[in-house]
Design a protein around this ligand. Sequence first.
Ligand code: AKG
Length: 313
Amino acid sequence: MNPLHELPTADLTSSLLQAEIRSRGYILVRNLLPRDAVQSVLADVTGVLSNAGWLLPDRPQTERFANADAACGDPDPAFKRTYQQVFNLESFHALPHHPRLKEVMGALVGDQVLVHPKPIGRLIFPNCERLVVHPHQDYEFMGGDPEFFTAWIALHDCPVNVGPLRIVEGSHLRGVQQHQREDLHVPEIPIDSIHEEEWGGGDINAGDVLIFHSLTIHAASPNLSRQMRLSIDCRFQDANRVLNPANLVFGGDSGKSWEKTYAGWSFDDLKFYWKRLPLQLKPSKEEIATLAASAENEAARTRYARMAAQLDW
Ligand SMILES: O=C(O)CCC(=O)C(=O)O
């Protein structure tokens, strides 16, 4: 595996950042976030996991030693229940808004930064092949304007054997790739279409941020340790560019809502902040209302109706 190309925070300028992402499709910024900011999210997340019985009780919870008997992952119901508690944490949502990260993402996308409101937490048990995320482009899942960027943040030091992200340098220049869906798995780019020597990776530490373009091919490395690999990935774009409204709402019939997410929060400033931005939704609210009445099948009409009900401003 090739080492990742990295930049120290002190060297970051808007033009350097943009040039690096334009040519390589990613950049690893060492020590961008203060370690204590990341560690306090880790403490909250491991508190939830410990209560769920996912961690060995005789080890400090922030060391993340996994209870192998509890191993689970999406879409297991036990996973979804615990994941929802992690997703509801205020600190989990606040980290992508950390001023140091927002400043760098602003240097990349422009002054009006939209932080996508649904960060994803990765709660990866060790030695579970089925939980390892396979090669893909984020654009396949988020849609909208491909000019958005992901920030991948490990919540602890993440050496290669604990399963950090790996990246194919320059792969964003290949354009939108065909993703395949095998059995019930999420769509992925076939692994044999990527040569082993194309992958870049290495240790990623607490405080480091791996930033990459929506078309950059990436995948997780397997977690071969005895600890859980915990990370957050979140997306950023110029608020004036097109956004797929699915990134603002909850799908499915799980009953998730922003009101439930916010129920235990102490502060209001990160609640519904995107409603204050002049977003370019595609499809627009009007188009979604039309689709809710006229889409070709019942399932699609239900999906659009659920979306329309949540786009209530
Ligand atoms: O952390 C992982 O295992 C996968 C993350 C990922 O695919 C992403 O950040 O888009």
